[in-house]
Unconditional design. Structure first.
Length: 78
């Protein structure tokens, strides 16, 4: 399995870490960290939606986390 995540990148303050191939499984993983928060996305079977990567899914989840409605009761992130 080939991964597009060769270098670390950042999105909305989260550092997105490269995926690490596990030779024993077909699981693809990518994670993002910001302070004490770590989000991890993995694909263990089946195809991704057309045109999406794991990094796209991770960015979608970061957007949901940062959404003002989600963060209503949070005074400060980190």
């Amino acid at each position: 399995m080939q991964h597009r995540y060769l270098m670390s990148s950042s999105y909305r303050g989260f550092e997105i870490s490269p995926a690490i191939d596990d030779a024993d499984t077909d699981v693809q993983t990518v994670s993002a960290s910001r302070g004490r928060i770590t989000l991890r996305v993995h694909l263990s079977e089946g195809p991704m939606p057309e045109g999406w990567t794991l990094e796209d899914v991770l960015r979608f989840e970061i957007d949901r986390l940062i959404d003002p409605k989600t963060m209503r009761g949070v005074k400060r992130l980190n």
